[in-house]
Design a protein around this ligand. Structure first.
Ligand SMILES: [Zn+2]
Length: 95
């Protein structure tokens, strides 16, 4: 069985489950009995979550084409200067 789509000018898209290769060029709309022409569209495939697909694609690509990076990814850290409360330790290097 395959899902076929037909478009009725009045009621919009109608989906039908029919055996493969047995979809007619047009059907009678069950709502208004007008003629609904068959639509040619992408089969109803499920590719999953787009974020998961991108992660899988990037992981697969990194096995053979690793990206060249100049620094670790993520937030750039700036050195933080701690003001010292005690003036005697202000000149010491920060831990
Ligand atoms: Zn209709």
């Amino acid at each position: 069985m395959a899902t076929y789509e037909f478009r009725c000018p009045t009621d919009g898209v109608i989906t039908l489950q029919l055996p493969l290769g047995e979809a007619p060029a047009s059907i009678t709309c069950p709502e208004c009995t007008d003629s609904a022409r068959r639509l040619f569209s992408i089969p109803q495939l499920r590719f999953g979550d787009p974020r998961a697909r991108r992660l899988i694609a990037e992981t697969t690509a990194s096995a053979s084409e690793p990206a060249v990076v100049s620094a670790p990814q993520g937030r750039r850290r700036t050195p933080r200067v701690r003001p010292s409360a005690d003036p005697r330790t202000a000149m010491l290097p920060a831990p």
